[in-house]
Design a protein around this ligand. Structure first.
Ligand SMILES: Nc1ncnc2c1ncn2[C@@H]1O[C@H](COP(=O)(O)OP(=O)(O)OP(=O)(O)O)[C@@H](O)[C@H]1O
Ligand SMILES: [Mg+2]
Length: 346
């Protein structure tokens, strides 16, 4: 059985008071297996996110049907018994049912213990895409994700409100993260200007983004809510026969329409030189404008996209690690070009 080709199915969350063995968990998720013997081979997959204990690929034979099963187990540590965003998102993953542009590995179930969340999904096949080459496909997928999740969130009963409230982008536990506060990086830019006159006066110019971002943030806060994945990186996407599969919801938020486009373009801006970025940006925006359902205000979505793009791009281009990297590779003129582009958006 190829789990990743299954349509989205109800993803159950089960609660356990104790750590258990993998085999025990798998039997819990597949009660039809009873006590039939299982042989499982497992392999660790590379993962970096904080709070992730491990990500593992398991292979076994379904003892009832004799078919090969491949699945992925992601273990996420809890802090003070509080579960991760990702595990919370899986409780509502049914919202993605009916998605045509993005495909998602089937969710087999989530097991919650007081110490960790174990998320079991199907194993996705395919190659990591070239991010600039899938701008149009991403635009269609993102517009669809935003529209499906917006509809879902607006139909939720009141008792689910605390769950979505806690996942909202505008909560202080997200907003206070360094990555959304580029101004902390400006002293480093001032220091750079002392040794490299090409960067003279730029820190002052960048300060003008603070009131602009505050304004964009206030407007975004009042705009339509949706689920935003926020982590469009090569390693989180698989392309197989033209189909795009999206994984890794560790950055998921209740965001606003437009945020995911800004997150994608921000990540692309960080990694690519200007010509590649500008071409992909145009392709993305053209396709996204076209794909956004009539119920959304395009101007509002693009303003939110701009907000999220600026938050990401400013932080990544100004942080000391980025400056050091460009210095080391002797690419400071390229960095200066990126700064000029950002400042042209003021
Ligand atoms: N369902 C899946 N199918 C195939 N491979 C997967 C799947 N889930 C995870 N992986 C592989 O494991 C890696 C880590 O998983 P994931 O991205 O969920 O964890 P993470 O800790 O958030 O990682 P990172 O911060 O490095 O993105 C992925 O980049 C991917 O290569
Ligand atoms: Mg990942």
């Amino acid at each position: 059985m190829n789990l990743d080709l299954h349509p989205l199915q109800g993803c159950r969350t089960l609660y356990r008071w104790q750590h258990g063995h993998l085999e025990h968990h798998l039997r819990t998720l597949h009660p039809q297996w009873g006590e039939r013997p299982l042989t499982i081979t497992s392999q660790d997959l590379a993962s970096n996110a904080s709070f992730v204990n491990y990500v593992r690929h398991h292979r076994l034979v379904d003892p009832c049907t004799g078919q090969d099963l491949e699945l992925v187990e992601k273990s996420i540590r809890k802090v003070a018994f509080i579960g991760s965003q990702e595990a919370r998102f899986y409780r509502a993953r049914d919202m993605l049912r009916g998605s045509k542009h993005f495909h998602y590995p089937a969710c087999l179930g989530v097991i919650e213990t007081p110490w960790e969340s174990l998320i079991f999904t199907g194993f996705a096949r395919g190659k990591p895409p070239r991010m600039q080459a899938i701008a149009k496909q991403l635009a269609l997928g993102i517009a669809e994700l935003e529209s499906l999740s917006h509809r879902y969130l607006s139909q939720q009963p009141w008792h689910k409100a605390p769950l979505f409230w806690s996942m909202d982008f505008f909560r202080p536990w997200f907003l206070l993260r360094p990555r959304f506060n580029f101004a902390r990086c400006l002293p480093e830019l001032e220091r750079l200007a002392q040794s490299d006159e090409r960067f003279n006066g730029l820190a002052d110019s960048f300060k003008a983004f603070e009131p602009l971002l505050a304004r964009l943030g206030r407007a975004a806060r009042r705009s339509p809510r949706c689920i935003s994945h926020m982590d469009y990186l090569r390693k989180n996407l698989f392309i197989d026969n033209g189909q795009l599969q999206l994984i890794d919801w560790s950055e998921v938020k209740v965001g606003r329409v437009g945020f995911d486009g800004g997150a994608y373009l921000g990540a692309l801006f960080r990694r690519k030189d200007m010509p590649v970025f500008l071409t992909a940006r145009q392709q993305f925006l053209d396709a996204y404008r076209e794909a956004l359902p009539a119920g959304f205000d395009t101007g509002e979505a693009l303003r939110n996209l701009h907000y999220m793009f600026l938050l990401n791009a400013l932080f990544h281009c100004l942080r000391p690690e980025t400056i050091a990297e460009y210095q080391e590779k002797q690419r400071m003129p390229v960095l200066r070009q990126k700064y000029d582009y950002l400042l042209s958006l003021l």
